[in-house]
Design a protein around this ligand. Sequence first.
Ligand code: NAD
Length: 481
Amino acid sequence: MVKICCIGAGYVGGPSMAVMALKCPDIEVAVVDVSRSRIDAWNSDRLPVLEPGLDAVVRACRGRNLTFSADVERHVGDADMVFVSVNTPTKARGVGAGEAADLAYWESAARVVADAPRRSDKVVIVVEKSTVPVKTAEAMERILLARSNGGVAFQVLSNPEFFAEGTAVRDLLHPDRVLIGGREDTGAGRDAVLALRDVYARWVPGDRIVTASLPSAELARLAANAFLAQRVSSVNSLSALCEATGADVSDVARAVGSDPRVGDGFLRAGVGFGGASLRRDVLTLAYACERHGLAEPAAYWREVVAVNEFQKSRFVRRVVASMFGTVAGKTVAVLGFAFKKGAAAAAAGDANRESPAADVCRGLVGDRARVAVYDPVVSEKQIRRDTSPAAPAKATQRQAVRVARDAYDAALGAHGLCVLTDWDEFRTLDYRRIFDGMQKPAFVFDGRHVVDVGKLREIGFVVYSVGKPLDPWLKSMPAVA
Ligand code: NAD
């Protein structure tokens, strides 16, 4: 094999192909996209995705065996292996709106693969890299079969991407597993799986490259995210009970997670999960269950998302309840807007995907608070976009959000302060200085277990930390407004 093409120069396509080009200098890798501005950015010094180590990888191969191009048809037609890494958001309208995956981009890519001009005796391996509903590969096969001209033979594989935003390059260089789904029960299917395995084998140990059937690989990708989301919702549901009973959620999580059968990952209570894919993948899974007549499993997975929504609104209601039942006309400082600290660097160049901070800000503004937001990375434009109310007429609500230059600026004159991203710099702030500049009583609501609760209480703050024992002030106030 000599030529690989990837359709979609996005968050997955760009970094994953750059690492592939780095590790396979004898393979020509072309990343193509319908968005010319995306391609221009990949060809510039300011890449559209900010991930630690990505600049160096791109610089090492761009112009050598890595190309970014808007000439989609030509590169797709030339390739021996075509990765499809286009966006698959949740459907915004129509049948399945709010739950089903929108496969419009994916389908248009499938048609480009089918129609691209190429030699008629070619065998093309099409690799589904986007996260898709189960059995999408079969639909891809049908499109390719229906439109394939002459002798071109297509083999479809599923090779879902598991990297986490913020550690994409590290995860791509040293993946826990590479999953390849294919039709290993046929000779051509087996050859295709082997061809892709050979590419990864250049840098991934053999025992980490695992194969499965097409639907298993597709379902595994959705299930991996659903399990992560489910763990967060599990610990968050306990955090509410901890506050009601005086237990400490960190102690509970530590005791639970030290059982090796459970493991300690993703057991940190907080203000809820965000990001582009957790919510979407759980809902895609629930929708699939529903469509197959599995109402109870569908309800089970939907509840994972419902608990996440509950956790965000519970946080807002705790803030309002603690501050005498209203935040109208009060200023609340919000420290952190990124949905997680590692990914925020990436978020600067992209959408800050579904951050819980956006929901908390909207909730506070909805109760007529003024909000002063500081995040070290997320841009003012992004903060404004994510906090703006849906209705165009709400000018006063728009004015309710101020983007501060640092944490001290955000907190100056504020009645309360919420910590919504676990940025390290929030651990070492001069909280005495912040206290002196705030209205009294001064409240801190820690949604990420960042602050030293004891120290802040000594300074004089009323402190709420998700799932931790409440201080006397909070005990005397209702839990929710
Ligand atoms: P993205 O929105 O960053 O990029 C997708 C790109 O595809 C866009 O630049 C778009 O212009 C391009 N595109 C769409 N249709 C096209 C077409 N027909 N021809 C050419 N280009 C086209 O999306 P992403 O974050 O890279 O995600 C891609 C897939 O990978 C999604 O299914 C996503 O769920 C999955 N995934 C994402 C992550 C992540 O962390 N972002 C991790 C694992 C898997």
